[in-house]
Design a protein around this ligand. Sequence first.
Ligand code: MN
Length: 258
Amino acid sequence: MLRRPSQGELPPLDADAALVEELVAANRILFHQGVVDGFGHVSVRHDKHRDRFLLARSMAPALVTSADIMAFALDGEPILPEGRAVYVERFIHSEIYRARPDVHAVIHSHSPSVIPFGVVKRVPLRAIYHMAGFLRASTPIFEIRSAAGPASDMLIRDRKLGAALARALGAGPVVLMRGHGSTAAAGNLRQAVFRAVYTEVNARLQMEAMRLGRVTYLNDEEAANATATNSRQVDRAWELWKMVACGADGALAGNPRG
Ligand code: MN
C-alpha cells in the first residue's frame, strides 16, 4: 500500500531538475514531430533510483509541464499518487525498464504511418534510409491476442501484458503493436525521441517506396554504421526540435519540482 512519505523521507520526485525539464521538452517535441497527439507517452528512468521512472500524469503530452511529472516504481504504481490520474498503459514503461537494464527512456505512441506495418505481417518494418539505421532487419510485432485472448480493448493495462510486450521487444529498439501503435526504447531520452521520430518517418517512406516497386533496404553493415554516425548527431536534431516545440529561449511553463 502506498502512503505519503513522512518528514525526512525522500521527496516525491527526488530527480535532477534538468532531467525533468528534458522530459517535459520530450513530451512537446513528440507532439510537434507528429509522433504523439492527444495520446501516447514518454518516460525516462530516474537518475538517482534505477528502480523508478518519471512519467507525466494522464494528460495530452503537448500540455505537460514539470509540475505534471510523477515518479513510478517498477510495478507501475506511482510513488506518491496524490490523487492524480495516471496513464492506463504505464505498464509498458515499467515492464520494459524491468526487463532491460540498458534502457533509460521509453516512448509509446500511435503514430499513424507505423500502424500498417503492425497489421500486415509479411511486410516487416525495416530501415529504408540511414536515419532509421537503428531498425533491425525485421521489427517485431506484439500480438495482444497471444497474451490477453480475443476480446481485449487493445491496451496494455496490467503488468502481465506489459511483460509480454517487453518480451516481444526483446533486445531491440522498437516493437510494433498490432492494431494499436508502437513502442521505442533507448539508452537515453534524446535517443528515444530520435528513434520514435524516425520510426514514423521511415514507415511513411517505406510505404511510398513499396508503391513504386521492389525496395533495396540498408544491409546490416550499412544500418550499423549509419546508427553509429547518427548517435553522435542526436543533439543536433534535439536542439532544433526543442526550439520548434518550446520556443527559442527553451522556456517551459510550470513549477520546477526537481
Ligand atoms: Mn496506446
